[in-house]
Design a binder for this molecule. Structure first.
Ligand code: ZN
Length: 131
């Protein structure tokens, strides 16, 4: 079976319809299933990766993402956001000795943040954004 790749627009339309019926979708896999079920026809089957779907949901103005995570290795260096791939911003603090120390990393695109103990995303919950 060949899978068709839906356009961003097709995915956005499917998301809009899904969030008319649901306020919350409990996982990325569930959302993926709902989206492909909406897009699939008798003749065409669609496939979308979780990462792509997540990024389209983040970009939309009506879906909000909640990131569930576990603690990761504090020594691991994060240069990009593990959720959406954007560059992470550093939140610095001055130490009493006059130096600077990075205490937090934040993503301005999707809202991911992490402190010294790296937060590793494990599950995503998708919400309808309240207007
Ligand atoms: Zn991000």
């Amino acid at each position: 079976m060949t899978y068709h790749i839906p356009s961003d627009k097709q995915i956005q339309t499917a998301l809009r319809e899904i969030f008319k019926n649901f306020r919350t979708v409990q996982s990325q896999n569930r959302l993926r299933k709902l989206v492909t079920d909406k897009l699939n026809t008798k003749k065409k089957r669609f496939g979308v990766s979780g990462k792509r779907l997540r990024n389209i949901a983040i970009k939309s103005d009506f879906v909000k993402l909640e990131i569930h995570s576990r603690e990761g290795d504090p020594k691991k260096i994060l240069s990009k956001c593990p959720v959406c791939g954007s560059v992470l911003g550093r939140v610095k603090n001055l130490t009493i000795w006059g130096g600077e120390v990075t205490i937090e990393f934040r993503c301005s695109n999707c809202g991911y943040w992490t402190g010294k103990k790296k937060r590793i995303p494990t599950r995503y919950v998708f919400y309808l954004k309240k207007k």
